[in-house]
Design a protein around this ligand. Structure first.
Ligand SMILES: [Fe+2]
Ligand SMILES: [Fe+2]
Length: 315
């Protein structure tokens, strides 16, 4: 391509960003923008799919039929989110097959939170309330992200996330109105999920290598630390309302800032989990690889059927 054309294309791209016009799949875009989106959207898709595992683990053990139906619906929603997102990623010219292979080989990442185990029923409450709550903080601004297919996928995803957050908080509310053992179980779930939930927003702004460029491209609308602070501000009153204690001795309301101050995050733990050494990393990937292998015959049968139909039509 002539240099002059490239300058004009870049200018048109910049103009769209400036005027809040969405970038669409057939539009010209800088290679680095495309690469960043492929990385972010595939990471997001993988998180939805791997995220089904810790909750799927409790479907057969839900305490009653209503809880089972709600949890089942929630986990199915996550599968749908994964599908929208893989489709959005494919519009950037990256294949789903490759993306899934990258997940299985450990090349692609997914949210660190899903590498923690879900040990009790209260974990379904803590995960819905905190993990889906953190996902909402992250994803609501993504409804305005600059890449059209990603932004549009987020609109429905966010509506469903809001249901997920409420079903989790409702489990916590019910447990906190129950017996001493139920209250202790809810508190224990909060103790285990609070810090990993804060880590979901990613490294601090000072450490985050991609943030500024992503903000300039209007892929991201807030920094990791801004989103983390919004999440703390929203979650602390919810915990207090039902008698739960946030496991952070340094947490206190800062009158001058009008926000909560909170304690230091254990970034060493985060690094370990992201680099594959969390409590469940190997188990999660093994489950996904097994699912792919078990589903192979379905895909082969569907392909053979499509082939047969094509031949029939041609003859
Ligand atoms: Fe989701
Ligand atoms: Fe969700």
């Amino acid at each position: 391509m002539k240099e002059l054309d490239l300058v004009a294309l870049q200018e048109a791209f910049d103009r769209k960003l400036k005027n809040e016009i969405r970038i669409e799949p057939k539009d010209w875009m800088p290679d680095a923008y495309r690469k960043t989106l492929i990385r972010q959207i595939s990471q997001h898709a993988h998180s939805e799919i791997v995220g089904m595992l810790p909750e799927g683990n409790w479907i057969t053990r839900a305490p009653n039929l209503r809880r089972k139906a709600v949890l089942l619906a929630k986990v199915q929603d996550e599968a749908g989110h994964g599908q929208y997102l893989y489709s959005a990623m494919e519009t950037l010219g990256f294949s789903r097959e490759q993306s899934i292979d990258d997940l299985h080989s450990g090349k692609a990442k997914y949210s660190s939170i899903f590498n923690y185990p879900t040990l009790t029923w209260a974990d379904m409450g803590a995960v819905g309330w905190l993990v889906d709550g953190a996902a909402i903080m992250n994803q609501v601004p993504l409804c305005r992200t600059s890449y059209g297919p990603y932004a549009r996928a987020m609109v429905r995803v966010c509506k469903e996330e809001s249901f997920h957050q409420r079903q989790g908080y409702e489990i916590m509310c019910t447990l906190m109105k129950g017996t001493e053992a139920q209250k202790a179980m809810a508190q224990d779930a909060l103790n285990r999920f609070w810090w990993p939930s804060l880590m979901m927003f990613g490294p601090s702004d000072a450490e985050s290598t991609h943030t500024q460029q992503s903000i300039d491209w209007k892929i991201k609308r807030h920094t990791n630390d801004e989103l983390r602070q919004m999440f703390v501000n929203a979650s602390v009153p919810q915990a207090e309302l039902i008698g739960l204690t946030i496991p952070d001795p340094d947490l206190k309301w800062n009158e001058a800032r009008g926000e909560y101050d909170f304690g230091a995050i254990d970034w060493e733990e985060f690094k370990q989990v992201v680099s594959g050494n969390g409590p469940c990393n190997a188990e999660r990937i093994a489950a996904r690889v097994k699912a792919k292998e078990n589903g192979m015959w379905v895909r082969e049968a569907a392909m053979a059927h499509a082939e047969k139909k094509k031949i029939k039509k041609a003859s």
